[in-house]
Design a protein around this ligand. Structure first.
Ligand code: ATP
Length: 140
């Protein structure tokens, strides 16, 4: 059976995750509080809904606890990211991946039940630096 994913926050990071999962043939529920973002993803995701993920009732009514993997891709609003993660953990979502803005954010996310924490900008910077160095080594 296909894995069921939900992506909360459809900015550049969340949007890219959502599109890539769809390309991999997965089922994706795309969630954002911004109507424009949701309209943009209506034709991309399996389903796209307007919801504030800090609203526990809204997440319950979407049946979020039944998803195999939820990605919290809220960036700037650290409070919303933390509260959303807390609610998902309380609902015992099987796998929660969260985008962290900084190390303090990561520390809190670790304590409140995030299973995987990613720092896309930092991680990509490390990867690119590594690739640049490797290319230089090969050049010599
Ligand atoms: P990126 O770098 O990936 O574009 P960002 O770090 O700039 O993202 P934001 O723009 O802050 O991150 O958030 C990404 C998305 O999350 C936005 O589309 C925003 O509307 C959505 N979002 C923020 N808070 C909530 C919330 N409580 N519920 C649902 N969606 C939210």
């Amino acid at each position: 059976m296909k894995k069921q994913f939900a992506v909360i926050g459809l900015g550049r990071f969340g949007g890219s995750i959502c599109k890539s999962l769809m390309n991999e043939g997965m089922d994706v529920l795309a969630i954002d509080q911004d109507e424009e973002k949701v309209n943009e993803f209506a034709s991309i995701a399996t389903q796209a809904v307007i919801a504030d993920s800090t609203d526990e009732k809204a997440l319950k009514s979407l049946g979020i606890r039944n998803f195999d993997h939820v990605v919290v891709a809220i960036g700037d609003n650290i409070q919303a990211s933390i509260l959303t993660t807390l609610i998902l953990d309380e609902m015992k979502v099987k796998h929660i991946t969260v985008k962290a803005q900084n190390d303090y954010h990561e520390t809190v996310l670790n304590r409140i039940g995030a299973h995987e924490i990613v720092h896309p900008e930092r991680d990509m910077g490390i990867r690119i630096a590594h690739n640049v160095v490797s290319d230089n080594v090969l050049d010599y």
